[in-house]
Design a protein around this ligand. Structure first.
Ligand SMILES: Cc1ncc(COP(=O)(O)O)c(C=O)c1O
Length: 406
């Protein structure tokens, strides 16, 4: 006979929820919670690890899915002197929210975006002759040089002037009165792989570029190369400024570089509630394709979150959630809007909190020892054969973001 044990803990009364929480969950009890104190901690921690270099917090892709504006504010509060975005419209969003201070655009946008880029007072990364020429004309037209950061490709192979073009770009910049080279940068391709020495050869190439720039009178105030893994593992990459992204969010750059081992704190929780519960007989199939069947008589909970929210369909039968005081397996095919949890002999109730990512009861220190281990985005990344970056940035716009500790 099946024991009908109510799921303990995590059954919160409506009054226990914060107002913002209650508002957000009224229509759909599924949300991303972001702990801004963790963001501040991580920025301070990375700054300390970077040994005096300034920090440029990378908040592109909506702050790696955490909400760009609140994350940017928290990063600034914690001492990040720079912010970085991938797109002009991401920079515009920060300015519209009243965020001032320097914002670096990490790649060249189309030339047609230069007007908007200047209007938003973004600092462009540059590397192509025509882009620099148009920018130079703008600078000369307004009688004030535009600050730019030259990007040199030292082995990433994505964007940036390749080595044969370094001299041409440097000469162009050195003779363009409408632009001022405030920074010079490169990007590391394999800093998150401790066993390979690519970073050393990239930094040696970077030093060649800096020497060449010096020969043409360019000695930019801000030399920068380090992403999170650079900050954590490669002191030689620190220079004047570091550009951490994933570490700001407390997530691991790779399976070999664990954020927790380096003193970073995950900021994100992904939370929902049981929307339906049923007792099923052994062998009962669940969800599309019947890819899972109940191993015994027991309880199955349905949770209103699916792959349209960013839960990878590849997690089908490969992940766990926190429900009640325990970890339980996510079972059956993940569907667009809903997924299932095997609760065994624990009877779930509609409204029980389900933690898909993060810890059960954040901030409850003394009880932490009794808690099941938090579900880490790193687990999802491993199970879905991807990286934490993709897990975080795939959490879709459909999920409300609730920022705590503002
Ligand atoms: C140019 C550049 N710098 C810095 C970063 C931050 O890297 P990470 O998130 O690994 O710290 C990125 C992210 O992709 C990037 O593209």
């Amino acid at each position: 006979m099946t024991a009908r044990t109510p799921a303990p803990g995590n059954r919160r009364s409506p009054e226990a929820r914060s107002t913002v929480d209650a508002e957000v969950t009224a229509l759909r009890p599924t949300r991303v919670e972001v702990d801004l104190e963790a963001i501040r901690h991580n920025v301070r921690h990375l700054a300390a690890r970077a040994g005096g270099a300034q920090v440029c917090a990378v908040v592109k892709a909506d702050g790696y899915g955490h909400g760009a504006v609140p994350v940017a504010r928290a990063a600034r509060e914690a001492g990040a002197s720079w912010l970085a975005v991938a797109l002009v419209e991401e920079g515009r969003q920060l300015r519209d929210a009243g965020i001032d201070g320097p914002i670096l655009l990490l790649s060249e946008p189309p030339v047609a975006a230069i007007g908007e880029l200047l209007a938003a007072d973004l600092t462009p990364t540059v590397y192509r002759e025509p882009f620099i020429a148009v920018l130079d004309a703008h600078g000369q037209g307004r009688g004030r040089a535009i600050d730019v950061h030259l990007k040199v490709d030292t082995g990433m192979g994505r964007v940036g002037a390749p080595e044969p073009a370094w001299q041409d770009r440097i000469e162009q910049l050195a003779t363009s009165r409408g632009v001022h080279v405030e920074g010079i940068s490169t990007h590391l391709a394999r800093a998150d792989e401790p066993a390979v020495d690519t970073t050393a050869s990239q930094l040696a190439a970077f030093d060649r570029a800096l020497q060449l720039a010096g020969r043409f009178g360019l000695r930019p105030a801000l030399v920068h190369a380090a992403n999170t893994a650079g900050v954590l593992l490669h002191p030689g990459s620190h220079r004047d400024l570091v550009r951490p992204g994933i570490g700001v969010y407390g997530l691991s750059p790779s399976a070999e570089v664990d954020a927790l081992d380096h003193g970073l704190r995950p900021a994100l929780r992904l939370v929902s509630e049981v929307s339906f519960a049923k007792h099923v007989a052994v062998g009962t199939p669940i969800s599309y394709g019947h890819r899972w069947r109940a191993p015994e008589d027991g309880w199955v909970a349905t949770v209103p979150i699916g792959y349209a929210d960013g839960v990878p369909r590849r997690l089908t039968n490969r992940a766990q959630v926190l429900l009640g005081d325990r970890r339980h397996p996510m079972v059956g095919t993940v569907t667009m809007d809903q997924l299932h949890v095997w609760c065994g002999d624990v009877e779930p109730q509609v409204g029980d909190e389900v933690v898909l990512l993060g810890e059960l009861r954040p901030g409850e220190g003394p009880e932490a020892d009794d808690q099941p281990a938090p579900v880490r985005p790193e687990e999802w990344a491993a199970a879905a054969d991807t990286i934490t970056y993709e897990v975080a940035t795939s959490l879709s716009a459909r999920l409300p973001r609730v920022h705590l500790g503002a």
